[in-house]
Design a protein around this ligand. Structure first.
Ligand code: ADP
Length: 280
């Protein structure tokens, strides 16, 4: 059952078909990353409210797995693909837990009067050796065109070479932003942006406020993954995906989504503490 909605009407609204923002909500923000299968309901509700208040036309949301998808994916080695039949149970469990987390996110968005519609990547994406090979995107395009806000997530997907794998929310947003010509890609994470080194491990880490795709490529060797269970590569995974988008004329913003108001500001194009990556 959906939670009772707030007073305002839930409507469809797509005034400018040329503007699209892709928003990635990190698993470290919407779940308690250190505690298995524990959602951060306060964060989910606050973010849904901020997204509703920002009221952008043309929005697609992707969320990560955090303590829902990652521990199971790791336990059953899902990312590495098919090795033996015992993994099938793990594949199903990983997918089911991601559906549970997705339901919490989508219900919360609907509660805040956003016409959010769950779209499972496993039903429209096939990968080849871990990279997106085919994207059956007709339904997604139609959802956007009619003003819905599709909500996707890092998911278990079938793979033409290794049988199955994990498709990270980060690979997904980079592909979606490029294929759908998004004007802006916003990453909401649990740190203030991209630093010179991992700010959780190194107190001298410095925030990179402004950079280009080209400069980012040069910085690559210094950037690490995530400390907690993350089968898809933490900040390093994000940067690799962002670099892949080099030819897309898009603005990428990484902000701390735990701090109230940041996602609102990033969506509205207001000044916000974080990392902005531009073409030049
Ligand atoms: P999410 O699950 O929210 O997408 P990740 O855990 O994958 O986020 O990535 C964010 C984490 O990456 C941060 O919590 C941080 O500790 C880590 N990290 C590693 N290197 C860096 C870096 N250079 N700058 C910022 N964060 C970094």
């Amino acid at each position: 059952m959906l939670p009772a909605r707030q007073e305002a009407e839930l409507g469809l609204n797509r005034e400018d078909e040329n503007s699209l923002i892709v928003l990635k909500l990190g698993g470290s923000v919407i779940t308690e990353k250190e505690r298995n299968l524990t959602p951060n309901l306060n964060s989910i509700d606050r973010l849904a409210r901020e997204i509703a208040e920002a009221n952008v036309k043309g929005l697609m949301i992707v969320h990560g797995g955090g303590s829902y998808g990652h521990p199971l994916a790791k336990q059953y080695n899902i990312k590495e693909g098919y090795k033996d039949a015992s993994q099938i149970e793990g594949l199903l469990k990983t997918h089911q837990t991601m559906l549970e987390l997705n339901k919490l996110v989508v219900d919360s968005l609907i509660y805040h009067n956003i016409a959010a519609f769950s779209v499972a990547p496993s039903s429209c994406v096939v990968t080849k050796a871990g990279r997106i090979k085919t994207f059956y995107d007709d339904a997604l395009r139609m959802f956007l065109k009619t003003g819905f806000v599709p909500v996707l997530f890092g998911d278990t997907v079938l793979d033409t070479e290794i049988g199955f794998t994990i498709l990270s929310g980060d690979q997904l947003v980079a592909t979606l932003a490029t294929e759908f010509n998004a004007t802006k890609l916003v990453f909401g994470v649990d740190v203030d942006g991209l630093y010179t080194t991992d700010p959780k491990a190194d107190a001298s880490a410095q925030l990179i406020s402004n950079t280009t795709f080209e400069e980012l490529k040069k910085m690559m060797p210094k950037i690490r993954g995530s400390k907690t269970t993350d089968v898809t590569g933490g900040m390093l995974g994000k940067v690799l995906e962002i670099i892949n988008m080099m030819n897309a004329s898009i603005q990428v913003i990484i902000v701390n989504a735990i701090r109230e108001g940041n996602i609102y500001k990033a969506l509205r194009g207001e000044k916000v503490v974080g990392t902005i990556i531009r073409e030049e």
